[in-house]
Design a protein around this ligand. Structure first.
Ligand code: AKG
Length: 341
């Protein structure tokens, strides 16, 4: 491929690094080749890295610094903004509240209790035009208002990239480029700020045989996820061989992965691949200390408009038949979220 290299290549998992600028502003042939590389990445790995994605470095670093300032607020301020329902999926999620349940492994209650809780806190932000499902914002100081404005701007920026990536998938599939536009314009998405606090290295050395993770193994629920990660590392992706390999941070890139609903929508021609966040790989800066620094990441979970019905995309089912029954996007996503909290 002219504009694609490999970000990860291990144990039969190849995650391409794609120059998305060639889709956003290339000539028609380059644009088409880029769209095909995007689609192939989702079909083969379920994950891609994008560079030249159109979101400026200062926009991203600004979002990260506001996120860090938010999590540094006193715990009682954050607790006052608590996540309040799966239907809204908005608000602050304190450490230990979310239980990630893999789609195919809904264990017994006893098994669930045995699993090691994630070492993270998060803030979920949704579209801000639904008065019955309000966002939860900090209040009472100037920084609070600035935080709200910056996050709403970042939400819209990410919504724009969601639309472009879905256009690339459409063009790669050989259907009308705008085919998904009527599924992305509502913005039924979730901007999730994540903070994995700094932690003693000994926390990862458990003697009960369980793996202590920062975030447990899971696949995402929706169409695609845009993942912005800091330099620290720790994100791992499951390979076809069942091993986990590092999705090492590459400066200036966004990791984009397909979710379960896109896999279903594509009649399983696109993969939704499991991933997790673990003990960070060793780095020089940790030498001589017995703790790891925090990890910050920002995930933008994209969903098809909640009101739309999801049925196999043209071109994905004619030969094999439809593998899934039609499902309403919002019903599916809220069902998955209900099982998670
Ligand atoms: C999630 O929140 O679903 C993630 O997988 C986040 C991963 C990360 O922090 O890099």
């Amino acid at each position: 491929d002219i504009n694609s290299s490999q970000a990860v290549a291990q144990d039969d998992l190849v995650i391409p690094l794609i120059d998305f600028g060639a889709f956003l502003s290339g000539d028609p042939a380059t644009k088409k080749a880029t769209a095909e590389a995007v689609l192939e990445g989702f079909q083969n790995a379920g994950f891609i890295y994008l560079k030249n994605h159109g979101i400026s470095p200062s926009t991203v670093s600004n979002a990260f610094s506001h996120s860090a300032k938010f999590f540094a607020r006193p715990q009682d301020q954050k607790d006052a903004m608590a996540w309040y329902s799966a239907a809204a999926n908005r608000g602050y999620v304190a450490q230990g509240r979310e239980k990630l349940v893999p789609l195919d492994e809904t264990g017994t209650e006893e098994e669930m209790r045995k699993t090691v809780p994630d070492l993270k806190e998060s803030l979920e932000i949704g579209r801000d035009d639904q008065p019955d499902m309000p966002n939860m914002w900090p209040s009472g100081d100037e920084a609070a208002e600035e935080f709200k404005q910056e996050m709403l701007k970042f939400f819209e920026t990410c919504k724009g990239l969601h639309m472009q990536v879905m256009r690339a998938i459409a063009l790669g599939m050989g259907i009308e480029e705008s085919w998904f536009d009527g599924f992305t314009d509502a913005g039924d998405n979730t901007l999730r700020l994540l903070h994995y606090p700094g932690v003693s290295k000994s926390v990862f050395k458990r003697n009960d045989g369980q793996l202590q993770v920062r975030a447990g193994e899971h696949s995402d629920y929706g169409s695609i996820t845009l993942l912005f990660q800091d330099k620290r590392g720790g994100l791992q992706v499951k390979t076809p061989k069942g091993t986990f390999v590092n999705a090492t941070p590459i400066e200036g890139t966004i990791v984009v992965n397909a979710g379960d609903l896109l896999a279903q929508w594509s009649n399983d021609t696109i993969k939704s691949t499991k991933h997790r966040v673990v003990e960070p790989p060793p780095q020089k800066e940790d030498d001589g200390t017995d703790s790891y620094p925090p990890r910050y990441s920002i995930a933008y979970f994209c969903n098809p408009n909640y009101e739309r019905m999801i049925q196999a995309i043209p071109g994905t089912f004619e030969e094999t038949g439809r593998k899934y029954q039609d499902v309403q996007s919002g019903k599916y996503i809220i069902g998955r979220l209900t099982a998670t909290y």
